[in-house]
Design a protein around this ligand. Structure first.
Ligand code: NAP
Length: 324
């Protein structure tokens, strides 16, 4: 029997993942283009056909058109991410093509970034750094004052793998209360001392609001002009989930008018954010370029698990992390 063939659709993929395929006698082809190139999808579409598996390590959407172009022999797909909002899940289910993802191994790295953003935004790193750069370092007990984490209430929107890792980290910061909201009770919440409340109560009571839920029809623009109004004036909003969960026009207004204190964002919409985007002009909006899982170790583990997902599906077994 000829070996199975897998296409890695985005040109950058850790060797650790390729090694797993090699050990399992699976041929791989790494598409020689990067997904930020302008014609990426057009060129990819012309080169997709005939593979048994796809590592879809790109934020571009995987649609019915892509599946048609890939051909009927396609047996398995894996994301190299926890979020799968860029996949047409209904279409995959309809065709019986399993989709895997790579959660868990990224929890610590992404939670680190969430805590980093929370501190940076609360303690006005951006304003301070830009004052140094403009030669405007001043003194005085009222200069660049931020918000304390100790004694605060932290609200987690989505107490999954990453949300729980954020709570575990912040336990060392003497937070007074942890709240969460979501669609179901999490058994881990009791152990972590996190109380489930409705979204409105979380927004009204939290000094820090951390977005860690998936992007779905339900969560798109969950943070909008109305929900921003529910938040405290001293509130710091952190988003490590997906940019589209926040209405950025409403966020800009809320930050500009100091309706909330600050925001720290790892994810924005669109990505990349244009250099002249209004949010970048605000001293109280600290944005980093989707660095959540970007550590060498974490990306290696994600690549390995993506490869394992595909190999298990080829063997007719359940993927390591099946999404449905
Ligand atoms: P996870 O373990 O599946 O946790 C997501 C949690 O969100 C679940 O506990 C889920 O519980 C909850 N949830 C679902 N719908 C919700 C809603 N409407 N309101 C509140 N909570 C809701 O996923 P994860 O690995 O922690 O990742 C979470 C998200 O982070 C991913 O979907 C992805 O978009 C994003 N992410 C970003 C980065 C980055 O680099 N910045 C890296 C990894 C992941 P219930 O269904 O019970 O509510």
């Amino acid at each position: 029997m000829s070996p199975k063939r897998v296409l890695i659709v985005n040109g950058s993929y850790p060797v650790a993942g390729l090694d797993i395929f090699k050990k399992n006698n699976v041929e791989t082809e790494v598409f020689p283009h990067m997904d930020y190139e302008q014609d990426f999808m057009e060129i990819l579409k012309q080169n997709l056909n005939g593979y048994d598996g796809l590592i879809w390590n790109t934020k571009h959407r995987l649609t019915a058109e892509i599946l048609d172009l890939a051909g009927p022999q396609l047996k398995a797909i894996s994301a190299m991410a926890s979020g799968i909002d860029n996949f047409d899940l209904d279409e995959l289910k309809k065709r019986g093509i399993p989709l895997g993802n790579t959660p868990n191994v990224l929890n610590n790295a992404v939670a680190d970034i969430a805590v980093g953003l929370l501190i940076s935004a609360a303690r006005k790193f951006k304003e301070g750094v830009s004052m140094i750069e403009r030669n405007e370092w001043k003194f005085g007990v009222q200069w660049i004052l931020g918000q304390d984490i100790a004694g605060s209430t932290v609200g987690i929107i989505g107490l999954g793998g990453i949300g729980q890792a954020v709570v575990r980290r912040l336990k060392g910061f003497d937070v007074s209360r942890f709240l969460y909201c979501g669609r179901s009770d999490k058994p881990e919440a009791k152990l972590l001392g996190v109380e489930r409340v409705p979204l409105q109560e979380l927004l009204e009571e939290s000094d820090f609001v951390v977005l860690v839920c998936p992007l779905t029809n339900e969560t798109r623009h969950l943070i909008n002009a109305d929900t921003l109004k529910m938040m405290k004036k001293n509130a710091v909003l952190v988003n490590i989930a997906r940019g589209e969960i926040i209405d950025h026009v409403a966020l800009y207004e809320a930050l500009k008018n100091e309706q909330i204190f600050a925001a720290g964002l790892d994810v924005v919409s669109p990505e990349p954010i244009p250099a002249d985007h209004p949010l970048l002009t605000l001293p109280n909006c600290y944005i980093i370029p989707h660095l959540g899982s970007a550590t060498i170790e974490t990306r290696n583990k994600m690549a390995v698990n993506a490869a394992k997902n595909i190999i298990l599906a080829f063997e007719g077994k359940s993927m390591l992390y099946p999404t449905y």
